[in-house]
Structure formats: C-alpha cells, structure tokens
Design a protein around this ligand. Structure first.
Ligand code: UD1
Ligand code: UDP
Length: 350
C-alpha cells in the first residue's frame, strides 16, 4: 500500500514521529512537509531529535494569511496526489496543513484518514475549529483519541468508520520519557532552575497573541508569580512581544523554542505548566504535572474533569491566584489510550 502523510506544524512532526515509524515498517509512505513551520527550532529540530525520516517533499509554503497559506498548500498537495496516486492520505490534528490535505485528497478521490478526529472546542472563532470540522466531514477513516471525540462526531452525523484508538502523542511521550530517563538533558540545570520549583509556560494561540489585552494580561501574570518562569517563546508570540517593546521581569526566562526531548524534560520537572497549547495540556497530565490553561475552553475536557487542568483565560489575577493555589486531584486515571496507538491506527489503515 502507498500512503501520503501531510505534516507542516510542530505538533504534527511529533505525532508523525509515532505513526510514520509504524507505517514505514508495513508500507510505502511519502511524507509531505507543507513548510507551514520552517525555522529550525519549529521544524528541523524535531526531524533530528525524533529520528523522523526527512520529508520526501517539502512544499516550502511558509507563513501567510489563512487563505493564501491554505491555497498554496492545496495546490502543492494536489500535485503530489496526482503524481503518486496513493491508497490513503493521512492528516494530523487541526492546522491549515490538515485542512489543505483533506480538501486536496477529497477532490481527487483519495481516501482520507484523520488522526486526532472529533475534537471540538465549540468556538468557531478559532481557525483550528473550522479546520477540524471540515477535515472530519471529508475523512473516510476517523481515528479518535477519546470517547468525547467519538460522541462529538456522532452529534454531527458522522458514525461510519469512526474508531476510538487513543492518542498517538502518548506513544511518542512514552518513548521520549525513556530517552530522558536514560540520558537526562542538561536543559533544566543549564537554565539554573531547580526541579519542581519553576513554572513552564507557552503561549501561541491566535486568541492570545493577536489580542494585546489578553497577551499583556498573561505576561503580567508571568511577572507577578514570584517564581521562576521558563518561557520557550513561539515565533508568533516573540514577534508581538518584540514589536510592542514589552520587557518581562528577570524571573521570566524567554528562550527559543526547544526540541521535544528538552521539552519533555522541562515539563516533567516543572511544578506547574501554564499554557494555551493543546499538546502540552495532555503531556502535563501524563507526566503528573498540574496544568493551568490560558484559554476559556479546551478540547481536552477529560484533563479538567480529572482535576489536573484548570481553565483560567487571560485575567492576570485569576492566573496568579490559580498558579499559587491549584491542587490537583489525588488520583490520575489513564486517559487517551495505552500508548500503543500508532500500531492500532496502522492496523485500521491496513
Ligand atoms: C499553527 C496552527 C495551530 C498550532 C500551531 C502549533 C493553524 C491555523 N494554526 O499555529 O493550530 O497549534 O501551529 O505551533 O494552522 N512563524 C515563524 N517561523 C515558523 C513558523 C511560524 O516565524 O517557523 C511565525 C510567522 O510570523 C507566522 C506565525 O508564526 O505568521 C504564525 O504561524 P502559523 O503557522 O500561521 O500559525 P501558528 O500560530 O504557528
Ligand atoms: N513543544 C516543544 N518545544 C517547545 C514548545 C512545545 O517540543 O518549545 C511541544 C510540546 O511538548 C507538544 C507540542 O510541541 O508536544 C505542542 O505544540 P504546540 O503547542 O505548538 O501546538 P498545539 O499542540 O497547541 O497544536
């Protein structure tokens, strides 16, 4: 069997690291990088650090408005599909690369498999929500990480070829944890922080970075925590902070985005994770680190229900107070599968 997999953004490289390995043992996989993320710290570092085969095709699309970026990807992916005529197109998550893949394939009658299908924030102002809804409705195989995702699809009338498989991110996290345990990265020491005595923070959602009131509410909270904050800065947030000329307190260490193993080490040793990232909410849960989420809703509702994640939005006082007082639940039930999800996805594709 021949498959084309589409990746383009940081979390997709991490997800593909789990599934590509499995697919390549069984089939011919053509890995297409749309070029949505292109800085070394946002792209190459994951191919190097996660032993992902280099992309067979890089469309080099780069940044742009949603329409421009998605259109360029659509054109490029269609060319690859017409040339390769694969049996499946595999897409991950909810980025513009996901949407372009789903659209291109469905127009030329290539079946689409969506990894991480069925997630919903029910916030249609979020570009990712549009991408998810469209991608799911165009998909022929829907690989869901949770019961909630399966139910969300049923509510939209999608019931055929829907499978509860779990989350491929747990597969790769388990691999990374073993690596980190065998060869602990020096990053925590290098940054001069002590395990369990700092906050790890990330911010990149458009709703936060593109709204000065929200972003300044969040950054003021970082400065008011009275605790070291390690802040690997997404280029989208870096640009806004630089342009606005904001200066952060010395307790906040703004660093470049880091590779996955460094991130797993930083997250695992943090006292609290403070983030608007989807992936990091789950990783914090799996690593047993309380998470304070800088959003008003989440797709990963089970982490909130389990008592390990709390939604705080962007209000400075609410963030500070929650980071200081949040006590997670005593138990932490297994969520999002058993860490053998890639093999299950590959079986279903077979
Ligand atoms: C994208 C996804 C989001 C995902 C995130 C993961 C969409 C709509 N959004 O958001 O779902 O959570 O990736 O990180 O697809 N930039 C650089 N260098 C890079 C990449 C981006 O400087 O290598 C800057 C550019 O100024 C660009 C901005 O970041 O305009 C936003 O990048 P883009 O890929 O459009 O969206 P993300 O915010 O990264
Ligand atoms: N991540 C990383 N380095 C960083 C920031 C994040 O490796 O500097 C990882 C993080 O651990 C998670 C994934 O990137 O696995 C999440 O990506 P992101 O937050 O960009 O996107 P989202 O998950 O919100 O779509």
């Amino acid at each position: 069997m021949k498959l084309v997999s589409i990746v383009g953004a940081r979390p997709q490289f991490i997800k593909a690291a789990a599934l590509s390995r499995e697919l390549r043992q069984r089939h011919k996989e053509i890995l297409v990088h749309t070029g949505q993320h292109y800085d070394y710290e946002m792209s190459g570092i994951f191919f190097d650090g996660l032993e992902i085969p280099p992309p067979d095709v890089n469309l080099g699309v780069g940044s742009g408005s949603h329409g421009n970026q998605t259109a360029a990807m659509l054109r490029g992916i269609e060319d690859v599909l017409l040339l390769e005529r694969p049996d499946w197109l595999v897409i991950y998550g909810d980025t513009n690369s996901t949407l372009a893949g789903a659209l291109a394939a469905s127009k030329v009658s290539v079946p689409v498999a969506h990894v991480e299908a069925g997630l919903r924030s029910f916030n249609r102002h979020m570009p990712e929500e549009i991408n998810r809804v469209v991608a799911d409705h165009l998909s022929n195989l829907l690989l869901c990480p949770s019961d909630t995702a399966v139910r969300n699809l049923a509510t939209e009338g999608i019931g055929r070829n829907v499978h509860l498989v779990g989350d491929v991110m747990l597969d790769i996290l388990n691999w990374a944890r073993r690596r980190v345990a065998e060869h602990p990265p020096e990053i925590v020491e290098r940054l001069g922080v002590k395990p369990k005595s700092y906050v790890l923070a990330t911010v990149h959602r458009g709703e936060n970075t593109d709204d000065p009131a929200r972003l300044s509410g969040i950054l003021k909270a970082f400065a008011a925590l009275d605790e070291p904050v390690i802040f690997p800065v997404h280029p989208r947030a870096r640009r806004v902070i630089t342009e606005a000329g904001w200066r952060l307190s010395p307790d906040v260490q703004m660093i470049d985005p880091v590779g996955y193993l460094d991130m797993v080490a930083l997250a695992g040793s943090a006292r609290v994770v403070l983030t608007d990232s989807g992936g990091l909410q789950k990783e914090a849960y799996w690593l047993g680190v309380p998470c304070v989420t800088l959003r008003d809703e989440t797709e990963w509702v089970e982490t909130v229900d389990a008592g390990w994640n709390v939604l705080v939005g962007s209000d400075t006082e609410k963030i500070v107070q929650t980071v200081h007082s949040f006590e997670p639940a005593e138990s932490r039930p297994a969520l999002y599968g058993d860490g053998c999800v890639a093999a299950r996805c590959a079986d279903l594709l077979d």
